[in-house]
Design a protein around this ligand. Structure first.
Ligand code: RUQ
Ligand code: CUA
Ligand code: CA
Length: 609
């Protein structure tokens, strides 16, 4: 069929695609393959897919930022980027990594690799308080407070490398957060052991106190641990392992036909901690979780599994192997019998449907369907969990659990549906986080954007709505109903509680240490000049006294490589050595007032005699 029969306006790429789709749906209708076009269903379900100027989105999307080290906040369905939350990276826009407070959290490191961000829970759904995100590069865990959408704590995970899958407890609330180590590493990594014997390396499941942000314990296992999940009853955590072989090279890691889904038993871990069945290494309680200890069971999953996701009804954990075209469905209610030794770990598998090539991660619509990302096939495949279970028990030639397939562009890693990691999964939108965008956007040189695609899953058939380019490199995301998150500016009482809050402008000197207490109140800082001596160690503490939302002030010292932003009623500080004599303008970098340009003061650095 020539494309020229199309009206001119439809001759765009999208137009052609749309017309082609409509034409194929029409054909399919005639031949009876599809009963209802998804477009019609979407309308019927009143799914709003466009957000017009002045309107607000229905969902927050929290996306990890990969090796940019940050977390991003998007509005959905518009996919508009609303904010970048600096976490493990230096961000001169906000001053993260420049202020004393953020530097103290970052511990001297400026590289991060964020993969998995998940929110805090109450009774199986988001309570809107926190997000946790891993740093695979420097092995840290960060917590972001959602009222400010700023990082509020970062801790180091000891004894591990490749800090990867991270998941908070879902029930009754988030008291624990578990973190997996993807790379097996000598626990005592001081360069004195035998590097050549990888059997001495351990995989580690770390349990963190979500409130205190402290490591509670680490469970050592013989294999590596990749993605993480928790159940909906507060009893188990899950970790895939693609290196059950305990190998150190890629061929060693691919030797076996099945690796593992490791399930950790939280009651057993609590018991072991109570009984003191652990050794303390560098102040950390380390438990042995190898097979037979009762702390963990090892369920065989086809070749090199990656993702593990729990269905929103709390019944199943679904894991899939990158090198097997299957997904394994594990019945969570069988785990207790497996831990008790009444059944074998493999007997917890209740289905293993063939779904396509390179299955990675699975998400859910809350109506019994699973959606798995297929990296090699470049598809999202929708399949019915109950049907897969039925067919596993009673195979029927030619029958399949697969309901629909959607081509994506291209090579999808994670996929996530709206509210899918909660018991309130609503089956409206799905995001396909594609690793390769190839020709989908204008060419911008070697480092191309990723392509995060928005898909309507409200109908029987999936429907691609939108392509969204993203900078390196979201791995995973969660999609949260907007009513569950309530950011707000601090109030005056909270400002007053801050130990450094500035109420009176003043300069204090203690030897060569100078502390400047400075207020910012549009369009003036509390002082017009500050005088110090060359070589002084100078600390500026700045409190913003404006209470209007969206009235942040910047604080930039010319030539001194310093800039940060202070939001309403926030206090931030910076310390530097006044090593350049002369007069330097300190100015507000964040447009705040008609007289924003006048909002400045002089830093006078008197030269040494
Ligand atoms: S992992 S796709 Cu952390 Cu799947 Cu990146
Ligand atoms: Cu304060 Cu611009
Ligand atoms: Ca393997």
């Amino acid at each position: 069929m020539s494309k020229y029969w199309l009206p001119k306006t439809l001759r765009s790429r999208r137009g052609i695609l749309f017309t082609f789709l409509t034409a194929s749906i029409a054909t399919a209708l005639v031949v009876g393959i599809v009963s209802v076009p998804s477009l019609v269903e979407a309308k019927k379900n009143k799914l709003r897919t466009e957000v017009h100027p002045g309107e607000l989105d229905d969902y927050y999307g929290f996306f990890s930022g990969g090796h940019s080290g940050e977390v991003r906040v998007l509005g959905l369905p518009s996919m508009r980027l609303l904010k970048r939350i600096a976490v493990f990276n230096v961000d001169t826009g906000s001053g993260w990594g420049i202020t004393n407070e953020s530097k103290a959290m970052m511990g001297g490191m400026i590289v991060g690799d964020t993969h998995h961000c998940h929110g805090s829970y109450k009774d199986g759904t988001y309570d809107g308080k926190y997000l946790w995100v891993n740093d695979k590069a420097n092995n840290r865990l960060a917590r972001i407070r959602l009222d400010l959408m700023e990082t509020d704590s970062i801790i180091k995970i000891p004894h591990v490398q490749g800090t990867h899958g991270t998941f908070p407890q879902r029930y009754p609330q988030t008291d624990w957060v578990v973190v997996n180590s993807e790379f097996r590493t000598p626990v005592d990594n001081e360069g004195k052991g035998n590097f050549e014997d990888p059997s001495t390396y351990g995989g580690v499941h770390t349990i963190v106190d979500a409130h205190k942000m402290e490591v509670i314990a680490q469970v050592i296992v013989p294999c590596n641990l990749d993605l993480a999940g928790t159940d909906y009853q507060g009893k188990y955590s899950f970790a895939t392992s693609y290196n059950s072989e305990g190998g150190a090279t890629i061929s060693q890691m691919l030797a076996r036909d099945r690796d593992w889904l490791v399930v950790f038993n939280w009651d057993a871990i609590k018991q072991a901690l109570k009984k003191g069945s652990y050794k303390v290494v560098d102040g950390v309680k380390m438990l042995d979780g190898k097979p037979g200890t009762g702390l963990a069971i090892y369920i065989p999953i086809p070749k090199n599994p990656h993702g593990v996701n729990i269905s929103p009804d709390g019944k199943y954990a679904i894991a899939s192997g990158k090198v097997s075209p299957t997904a394994s469905v594990i019945a969570i209610d069988k785990l207790a019998d497996a831990f008790a030794g009444k059944i074998k770990p493999k007997d917890c598998i209740v289905a293993e449907p063939q779904i396509g090539l390179g299955p990675l991660h699975t998400t859910f619509d809350g109506r019994g369907n699973a959606y798995t990302s297929l990296f090699i096939d470049s598809q999202i495949v929708k399949w019915n969990i109950q049907k897969a279970i039925d067919l596993y028990q009673h195979p029927k030639e030619g029958d399949t659990a697969v309901v629909d397939r959607l081509d994506i562009h291209y090579q999808v890693g994670h996929t996530m549906a709206s509210m899918a990691e909660t018991k309130e999964a609503d089956g409206k939108f799905l995001v396909s986080l594609n690793k390769i965008s190839k020709d989908r956007f204008l060419n911008v040189g070697p480092l191309k954007p990723e392509n995060d695609q928005l898909v309507d899953i409200s109908g029987k058939k999936m429907r691609l709505i939108e392509d969204e380019p993203s900078y390196v490199e979201p791995h995973d995301c969660i999609i949260v109903r907007r009513d569950l998150v309530e950011p707000h500016v601090l109030d005056r009482a909270v400002m007053d509680e801050h130990p450094l809050a500035v109420h009176k402008n003043a300069i204090e000197r203690d030897g060569n240490k100078v502390t400047v207490h400075l207020t910012a109140n549009a369009p003036v800082y509390g002082m017009q000049k500050v005088e110090v001596n060359e070589g002084d160690e100078v600390t500026f503490i700045v409190t913003n006294h404006d209470e209007i939302p969206d009235l942040s002030h910047g604080f930039c010292i010319s030539e001194y490589n310093i800039n940060f932003v202070v939001g309403p009623f926030q206090t931030k500080s910076v310390t530097f050595t006044a090593d350049k004599p002369g007069m330097y303008w300190i100015y507000c970098t964040n447009f705040c007032h008609a007289l924003h340009l006048e909002m400045r003061l002089r830093l006078l650095v008197k030269a040494k005699a």
